[in-house]
Design a protein. Structure first.
Lengths: 167, 127
């Protein structure tokens, strides 16, 4: 029961974060399709580290579904699901080496790169045109920056949670 | 908990940077005098524009869920107006080099500049 409540809270938090980051339009500075901060990934990483893989999958899929229903559309659902699917898989794999080989920094950056790759693959499938891949190098590089930002936020969040022992 | 990078983190960062740079070089094309902008919607070519031969001004209005306007002038092309929600296509601005693209993801429109065309438009070359 506690887990169900926590999962639901995380889904709504992720939806709010996806909405909130629309007010920080990175594409004003760098006009690349699909560029964003990826704050929802903070929630995914939290679910992955504190609640386990099934929770992380549930939260991610439902977050994409809800966010698209509320302020996206059918195409935005396909983009966010493909990005999230790639990111989650890569982060689950990288987490196997957590503390030994990788910190949250690498996991977050790897997740961002996977997210961008997934979205570009989906975009090229939907537009039936591979020209869009020429944006991927720039998205990968900006992903290093956004991955760093989400990693710093997530580490601080984890620190607070561990201090108060509230999960 | 501290953000202490591990060795693997640097491997990930290096891998991402190397992949990005290699891909960027892969898509890099030499500048050429002949430039053709190919405007496609879901892989159907709407129009091709010889950018080096646009004398006055070229405009193309496309319809659909998110209509818009593409304009070209002497060697360059851009989305001048679009009714898509994100406006990334308009903010991309002018593109002028072979290999460059401008994309409106919501409308499904891609403008790609190609160089060194073998061109059927040329009837005769006088030297």
């Amino acid at each position: 029961m506690k887990k169900l409540t926590l999962n639901s809270m995380l889904i709504s938090l992720a939806v709010v974060l996806s909405y909130a980051e629309r007010f920080i339009p990175l594409d004003l500075i760098v006009p690349l399709p699909g560029i964003k901060l990826g704050f929802a990934n903070i929630v995914t990483m939290f679910a992955l580290f504190f609640l386990g893989i099934p929770s992380a999958i549930t939260v991610t899929v439902l977050r994409c579904l809800l966010a698209s229903l509320l302020f996206g559309g059918m195409s935005s659902l396909l983009y966010s699901l493909s990005g999230a699917f790639f990111a989650l898989n890569v982060m689950i794999l990288l987490k196997l080496g957590y503390n030994k080989f990788f910190s949250l920094l690498g996991i977050s950056m790897g997740g961002a790169a996977a997210h961008n790759t997934g979205q570009i693959i989906m975009a090229s499938l939907m537009m039936r045109n591979t020209a869009i891949f020429s944006y991927l190098p720039f998205l990968l590089l900006t992903g290093l920056g956004t991955g760093l930002i989400t990693a710093v936020i997530t580490v601080n969040l984890f620190r607070i949670i561990e201090k108060t022992n509230s999960v | 908990m501290q953000l202490k990078p591990r060795a693997g983190d640097y491997v990930i960062i290096a891998a991402i940077i190397i992949t990005a740079v290699l891909m960027a070089f892969l898509f890099l094309e030499n500048d050429s005098i002949e430039k053709v902008a190919v405007i496609t919607h879901n892989n159907t070519v709407l129009d091709t524009v010889r950018l080096d031969r646009v004398n006055d001004r070229y405009t193309l209005n496309y319809q659909g869920e998110y209509p818009g306007t593409i304009e070209a002038e002497n060697g360059r092309i851009r989305f001048s107006h679009a009714e898509c929600p994100d406006q990334v296509c308009v903010r991309t601005g002018w593109i002028s080099r072979p290999g460059q693209i401008a994309v409106c993801l919501p409308a499904g429109i891609i403008v790609k500049i190609e160089g060194n065309v073998t061109d059927e438009d040329i009837d005769i070359i006088v030297r």
